[in-house]
Structure formats: C-alpha cells, structure tokens
Design a protein around this ligand. Structure first.
Ligand SMILES: Cc1ncc(COP(=O)(O)O)c(C=O)c1O
Length: 370
C-alpha cells in the first residue's frame, strides 16, 4: 500500500492553491466560439520586440539550439553593466523576473521570517513567499498607492524583504524620488528592499526615481527589471536583478544556473542595443491608447484607475468573471482582478488605438447584455 504521497509535502505547500494559467488561444477560441482573440490580460507590448531583436531571431542558427547557453548570461550582464554603469557581477538574470523573486527569498529567508508588501499589487511576491513557507505581511494601499507608513508598521525583527512595485501593477500609482528616498532611509540596513521596476520604461516624469541610481546610496536595495514588458520578449522569459555585489553574490548561490535559454539571451542583448526608437514608439502608442480608452470608460460610467504603465483598471457593474466571459465571446481577453483583491474590477492592457476602439465597442455591448 502506498501512503498518501501528498503528506510528504510541507503543510504550507499542501494548503497553497496552485495558480491556474489561461489556456492557449486556439483552445479558448474553440470554447468561446470566436475566430480571433485579442489578449489584453498580460500587459504585453503590442508592438513586439525592437527591430534588432526580431532580426536576431531570424538570424539565429537552428543548430545552436543543441548547445547549452552561457550559464550566467555572460554577454548580457556585460551589456547591462555598461548601460547602467555597474559591474557585471551586480546582475543576476533569470527565467523572467519572476524567477529571481524565488532566488532572493531562498537566499535571504529562513523558517519564521517574513516579507512585507502591499495587499493589492503583483501577487507573485506574496505567493512565492507563501509556498516557500514564509509569511507575507500585507499593507493596505492608500489612495490606490503603496503606503510607506503602513509597510514600515508591519515590519519586525524577522522581516527580511520589503517588496515595492513602482509603478504599481495594477493601479499604475508610483512613489516619487522624495517618497522613495525617505522610505529607504527609514528601512536602513535592517532588511532588503526589492524595487520591482517592471514598467519603469513607460514613465517619462523626471520625478520618477531610477532604482539603478539609488543602488549607489542603498546597498540593501535590489532592483528588478524585465524584458517582458517594454522590450516585448515576454514569450522568451527573461528578466534580471541588480544589487550590490554582496547581495547579488548571495542570491547567486540559490539561483538555478542555465535557467535562461540561448534565444532569450541573444534577443535581450539585441533589444537592449536597439531600444531608443522602440521605447518612444511604445510610449506614443500607450499614450494614444489611454486617450482613447479613458473617455470611453467615462462615457460608459465605469469608475477606473488610469495610472502609469501600459494598463488601465475599470470597475464593472457585474462580477469580473462574468464580464470576462462576455468579453471573451466578443474576442477580447481581459484580466479579472478578484485575485488582486479588486473584486468586480478588470485590468485592460493598452495596445494599438484601433484595437482599443474595437474593445470599447465590445465593452459597451457586454455591459448592455443582461
Ligand atoms: C510588476 C511585475 N513584476 C514582474 C512581472 C513578471 O515579469 P517576468 O515576465 O519578467 O517574469 C510582471 C508581469 O506581469 C509584473 O507585472
């Protein structure tokens, strides 16, 4: 007789509900009876990657797939170091920045430790902490933004990491230089501060703090960046952290080597070298798209939050899951926000303006249903 194998797993794993990702497009299209599907659920860049990355993809020699990549992204780290005026050893590249969350927690947290973040932010910080047996302490947002006092009030001697998301996904709110510096001063050296800047390239305001520059003043700071959003490489899964050599050196011990494939490394390197015009074009698209969507939400009488980043949140008068299904039947996929603790809200990725306009037509029809 086999014992119950689930019993072998720690209690904190057994009580954790696995994340269920969405089905592939062809399967969803079959289920919802539509011939096309526009994904507005993952904040991807509708313009794709920069041209040099597309060319690198076309030039990539297929036999190279048989060869292991650089185990620690040697060339990419050199390029990142040059770009940001750092040492290559300060960078650690992962299979998406999601992977490095786990590496940081494994390196710095043990049983009984906790992390502090907001209750309504990118949920992965909380989830990785929980399935790693750590406690996630969650501070409520204030006016839709991270609240520095509430975060600090939750910390104790077992707090190892604060997770900040600037600008915040999903509200698009952000801390300016003053608020950020004050918070970092208050934390001092008692914990790490992870500053997730997944959407930083969308911001143009000079008051927005650049985590890379703050690193020189705060050796406990860990900056996360990704190639999934502005750089249009979400499908290849590549993101990274930058921190003091001491912190990165510690995280490297718990990070799986060879987790970043050769195509991702090659395209990220090409994208980094060709981002000027791409960033300008993407910002223009997002600005125009927001300018098309927000008045439409107002006309439809939907409360909304349109901050920075390539997304907007709206509150709908029906359950978010019902609105999701109604929009899916019209060929648009949005993000339901109950999982982010925003019940009855949806998050919409800002894409090309004509697509956004077609979406607003679908949204009006979906609201008129029932
Ligand atoms: C705030 C934030 N951080 C990180 C990620 C994940 O990035 P990656 O694709 O590099 O794992 C996302 C993706 O949605 C995000 O919104």
């Amino acid at each position: 007789m086999w014992p119950n194998l689930a019993e072998l797993a720690p209690a904190y794993v057994r009580s954790f509900n696995a994340y269920v990702p969405s089905l592939p497009d062809p399967e969803l299209m079959r289920q919802y009876g539509v011939s096309s599907l526009v994904r507005l659920n993952n904040n991807e860049n509708a313009l794709g990657p920069p041209p040099a990355a597309m060319e690198a993809m076309q030039r990539f020699p297929p036999p190279q797939a048989a060869v292991y990549p650089s185990g620690d992204c040697f060339h990419l780290r050199q390029a990142l170091a040059e770009r940001f005026g750092k040492h290559p050893d300060q960078f650690l590249v992962g299979n998406g920045s999601m992977e490095v969350i786990s590496s940081v927690l494994k390196a710095f947290c043990g049983p009984g430790d906790n992390i502090v973040t907001a209750d309504k932010t990118f949920a992965m910080y909380e989830w990785v902490a929980e399935f790693s047996g750590l406690t996630a302490r969650l501070a409520p947002l204030r006016d839709m933004a991270f609240d520095p006092e509430a975060l600090l009030a939750l910390a104790d001697g077992r707090t190892k990491v604060f997770f900040l998301c600037n600008p915040n996904n999903p509200t698009g709110t952000w801390w300016d230089r003053t608020v950020m510096a004050r918070f970092l001063d208050q934390v001092g050296g008692r914990a790490l501060v992870v500053l997730d800047e997944a959407y930083c390239e969308y911001l143009e305001d000079p008051a927005f703090p650049d985590g890379m520059q703050l690193l020189d003043r705060y050796p406990n700071l860990v900056v996360f960046r990704t190639f999934s959003k502005m750089y249009g490489l979400a499908g290849l899964r590549i993101g990274y952290l930058c921190a003091s050599p001491e912190v990165t050196g510690m995280v490297r011990r718990t990070h799986v080597v060879y987790s970043v494939n050769v195509l991702a490394q090659t395209l990220a390197l090409a994208a980094l070298g060709d981002d000027g015009e791409h960033i300008r074009a993407t910002r223009d698209m997002v600005r125009e798209s927001r300018a098309a969507l927000v008045p439409a939400l107002m006309r439809l009488g939907l409360p909304h939050v349109a901050g920075e980043g390539n997304f907007v949140m709206a509150r709908v008068p029906v359950p978010d899951t019902l609105m999701y299904r109604r929009l899916m039947m019209r060929g648009f996929m949005v993000r339901t926000m109950t999982g982010f603790r925003f019940p009855n809200w949806i998050r919409i990725t800002l894409v090309r303006p004509p697509v956004m306009e077609a979406f607003t037509v679908a949204l009006a029809a979906a609201l008129g249903e029932g």
